[in-house]
Every structure is written in structure tokens, then in C-alpha cells.
Design a protein around this ligand. Sequence first.
Ligand SMILES: C[S@@+](CC[C@H](N)C(=O)[O-])C[C@H]1O[C@@H](n2cnc3c(N)ncnc32)[C@H](O)[C@@H]1O
Length: 247
Amino acid sequence: MTATALYTDLSGYYDLMCADIDYREQSEQVRRLHQLFGNGGNEYLDLACGTGPHIRHFIDFGYSASGVDINQPMLDIARLRCPAARFFQQDMSVLQVESPLDLISCFLYSIHYNQSIAQLKACIKNVHAALAPGGIFCFNSVSKNLIDNRPGIKRNLKQGDSEFCFQSNWYYPGDGEHQQLQLCIEKTTHGQTETWRDQHPMVALDFQQMQQLLEPYFDVHIFEHNYRTILPWNQLSGNAIFLGIKK
Ligand SMILES: C[S@@+](CC[C@H](N)C(=O)[O-])C[C@H]1O[C@@H](n2cnc3c(N)ncnc32)[C@H](O)[C@@H]1O
């Protein structure tokens, strides 16, 4: 079993784990930001697209959509959900695209799956190269200084004969450029419980560092992590939405 079983062996349970996420709301917010700041084009790419929930909405909005993910089992589910989209198995730090894009997104803090600052830098450079003039890069991020290492809230869900319990939290050891997403998944069927403990290595940085990495390539705006309104980041919250307009 890998350290990131959720995206391979357990990929069939990913959507169940994310059942509380309002993907439509997130997609509508990024679409609004694109309408406000973008170049009017409709070529869309979602990085670390997972099972394709955002891509589904962008296709419904009228975009021509594609997705990149490193794990093929996630892409297999995305393909079923979005037959009109194109999917590519790639590590986003070495992103290469066939033709220029107008909007590139990366949701659910997945930008942190770049494994180091050097790889994040390479990813940003490649995203910039993949965008058409005036193209937009939009993602959310968590600041390493404001990570709460305590275990997250447990969520219980039922599917068929099985009860699932999902728990996740960030862990940052206090220094260095690495943090973890720690996940515990328990599946109980007819009284038998199986447990998986995932530890996802991710890059850790603060928002000032993120801004500095983006600025050579993008005009940068930072917004509150709120998908219902567009408000500038209040300089205090540890989650934010970053938007870069290609220079
Ligand atoms: C938290 S999930 C997010 C999926 C989707 N964006 C969503 O919002 O539901 C993170 C995704 O990142 C993918 N991933 C992890 N490392 C990656 C990398 N280096 N390049 C591309 N995708 C990666 C995983 O396979 C997984 O599908």
C-alpha cells in the first residue's frame, strides 16, 4: 500500500470523502474571477484534477476542458465523469501542454503536492509557459505558519453495506519546506474494520514566499478563502485564493 493510497488503491472512495465539498460553488467563483481578470478565452486546464469534479462544471459553463493528474486511477474516474474532456497523466511540476490555455486552476491545496520549493518554482514557470497572453492561473494555498497540527474533525458516511470514517489534518513540524496531509480512513463492513493511514508529503511555504515565486511571471492578487464573495485577503487568514494574470 502506498503512502497516498487515497489516489490509487482507494480512488473509488475519493468522491465519497469529498461529498461535503461544494464543487459548483468553487467552480463558479473561479469562473467569475476569470470573467473579471481573464482574456475572454475558453481553453481550460485543471491541474491535479483528481476525479474531475471541477472539469465537469467548466464543461457545463461552455469551456473546452482538460485535466492533468499524476495518478491514473483518478484520471480513469475523471474520464467517465467528463467524456468531452482530455486527460493527461503528468506530474504538474513538469507540465507540458499541446496548445495555449486561457485558464489554469488547481483546487483543494493540490499546488502543495509539488514536493519542494524548487519543484513549485518549476511548476509556476511551466504554467506561465502554458498560458496564452493574459491567461489566468488560480489556486488555493495554506500558509505554513498558520497550520493547526491538531487532528481534524471526523466525518462518518455510509455507502452500501459499509460505514466510512474519514479524518484529515495538516501537519507542519515548525521549520523547513515540507508539510504533510495526514488522512485516516476506516471502513467497517459487517463488523470488520479496515484502516488506512495516508501521509502525503507536500511543500510548505507562507504567502509572502508564494507571492515572490509568482511575481516574476504573474500580476498577483490574493483573495479571502471564500467561494461566495470576492474579497482581498485580510493578511491574517491561513488559507487564501491566489490569482495570477500572465505577464
Ligand atoms: C486533494 S486531491 C484534489 C483533486 C481535485 N482537484 C479536487 O479538488 O477534488 C489531489 C490530487 O492531486 C494529484 N496529485 C498529487 N501529486 C501530483 C502531482 N505532482 N502532479 C499532478 N497531480 C498530482 C492526486 O493524484 C490527486 O488526484
